[in-house]
Design a protein around this ligand. Structure first.
Ligand code: FES
Length: 527
């Protein structure tokens, strides 16, 4: 395919005078020639990093994309952008998501590209890349690196990092010895790839299929399965056609596509972090996704995929059961099936023949795991602007609960007292953590699933109602109320809670209530 004279790369290489001369000369410096420069220039935006094991497979994925681009008559050039690895970043990766989005946006905008393939994997790399690509609005396809293989130990299937927390609690409670605890480290994350439960990375890389910005299959193909490289090569071929046709993210990621993504989120029992990331991506395209839309769609979207941390299975089983296309095919009666995708076909056309191979892992609409989706939005005098709970991963008997507050002012206070033998706490208390929102954290760290007090762990308690303005890892579970807004650091009512106050959680009624008189709250606020 010859490059169009009016394309961005055609303009760049065709410029007169010293500008065009240097553009061509400095491309020839890398061994390319006029024939290469006559093709559509496809940028491969790569978040590969050795400080991000989830994304460490992306060099090989990039080579597969290049193969596809060359096959289709394009000219691929790879470039790096910031990589955000959950495990290695301090104080929290969320603090850098928007920086990564700006990096992606400006590198796409400022270089003479005709289209771009976004290579991502770990939690924040996917929303950051989509935010940047949405703002730059050049033809784009997202390819993720895929989930890691299931972990194993002594016949058990393990999942990172749902089991990292579960096993640490058992070790702390004295039910798991230190030698076994350390031995499990060897095999719980046994390959490259992102966390293999339905955590935030699995969620966002799966939702990219519903958004139409990734090819069918992207969400669940394991990182080390050869089919991921074949998907990458297909994306390379496809982006050349999208660039030629000028099909931009703003045509793909429409309001209908975002509603499809939210419904898939609920059907998967996906991560609460999607409630933060999807509006950020949509906002770049002028699409407003209010919090109540998530709740309204949860009320009418059944949970179909039986995936940890809400369910039993992991990404490998989801893949073998048919992957995200099989889930989307089941959901089609509820979705906007006519939404355009990067395949050039509609979402409905993409998944029309998707086989469902294991109805234990992916349920049908007639026999769902739950008639509602996995997430709920709460409101009340403790969260006037809303709060979020992943009730699918909570303890059912705690979803309707009233208890006495035990308050921690901030993370330092939590660390200092949570395991104190004299902490005044009982299993029916409501644990409250203040000062961990976007301003207070800062950066809204993933600490909402803070630990059960040590003395209760040793009594066999494994879940309690916890309330904070933080986020939590998508791999975490428990009866955990998150994102309480306004946050305590900017004067939200959460800051006014004191030890002994009664807090009531009512998930069915979508309420979060602080049973303290208004006059007393006003007195505390004044003080
Ligand atoms: Fe990267 Fe979990 S640490 S996805």
């Amino acid at each position: 395919m010859a490059n169009g004279a009016r394309s961005r790369s055609g303009t760049f290489y065709g410029e007169g005078g010293v500008a065009g001369f240097t553009h061509r000369a400095f491309t020839k410096q890398m061994g390319y020639d006029d024939q290469d420069m006559g093709r559509p220039l496809i940028g491969i935006c790569n978040t590969w990093s050795e400080l991000n094991g989830c994304n460490k497979g992306l060099k090989e994925v990039a080579e597969a994309v290049k193969r596809g681009v060359w096959q289709a008559g394009g000219f691929p050039l790879e470039f790096p952008t910031i990589s955000l690895g959950e495990i290695f970043l301090n104080p929290t990766s969320m603090l850098f998501r928007n920086l990564a989005a700006m990096d992606t946006e400006e590198m796409i905008r400022s270089q003479p590209l005709d289209g771009v393939v976004l290579l991502v994997n770990c939690d924040k790399t996917t929303p950051a890349a989509l935010m940047g690509a949405a703002s730059a609005d050049l033809p784009a396809i997202l390819v993720s690196g895929g989930p890691a293989l299931n972990g194993h130990f002594a016949g058990q299937t393990l999942g990172a990092c749902s089991d990292c927390r579960r096993l640490t609690a058992e070790h702390q409670a004295g039910t798991l010895d230190t030698a076994t605890y350390r031995a499990i480290e060897d095999g719980i994350v046994r390959s490259i790839g992102h966390c293999m439960v339905m955590g935030t990375a699995s969620t966002m890389n799966s939702l990219a299929e519903a958004l139409g910005i990734a090819l069918p299959g992207n969400g669940a193909i394991p990182a080390v399965d050869a089919r991921r490289l074949r998907l990458a090569a297909a994306a390379g071929r496809r982006i050349v056609a999208l660039a030629a046709a000028g099909v931009r993210p703003s045509r793909i990621m429409t309001r209908a596509a975002f509603e499809n993504a939210i419904m898939l989120l609920h059907a998967l029992g996906g991560s609460t972090n999607a409630v933060v990331h999807l509006p950020a991506i949509a906002g770049r395209l002028g699409v407003d996704l209010p919090l109540d839309l998530f709740d309204a769609l949860s009320r009418r979207t059944p949970r179909l995929a039986d995936l940890r941390p809400a369910g039993q299975y992991q990404m490998e089983e989801l893949f073998e059961a048919g992957g995200i296309p099989a889930v989307l095919r089941q959901l089609l009666p509820l979705l906007h099936g006519d939404a355009l995708t990067v395949t050039g076909q509609t979402l409905a056309e993409n998944v029309a023949d998707a086989p469902l191979r294991d109805p234990a892992v992916i349920r049908t609409l007639d026999a769902p795991l739950d008639r509602e989706g996995g997430l709920a939005v709460l409101r009340g005098n403790l969260a006037p602007e809303g709060a979020v709970i992943k009730h699918a991963a909570a303890t059912p008997r705690l979803l309707q609960h009233r208890g006495r507050a035990v308050v921690f002012r901030d993370l330092a206070d939590l660390r200092a007292r949570i395991n104190a033998p004299d902490l005044d706490v009982t299993p029916d208390a409501v644990l409250v953590l203040q000062g961990v929102g976007p301003v207070g954290g800062p950066g809204m760290p993933e600490v909402g699933n803070f630990p059960i007090p040590g003395k209760l762990l040793r009594q066999g308690i494994r879940d309690m109602v916890r309330v904070s303005d933080a986020r939590m890892s998508g791999t975490a579970s428990g009866t955990i109320v998150l994102h309480v807004a306004p946050e305590s650091a900017v004067g939200g009512p959460l800051a006014l809670v004191r030890d002994g106050d009664e807090i009531e959680l009512d998930v069915a009624g979508r309420r979060l209530t602080l049973h303290v008189a208004g006059a007393e709250l006003a007195r505390r606020r004044a003080a």
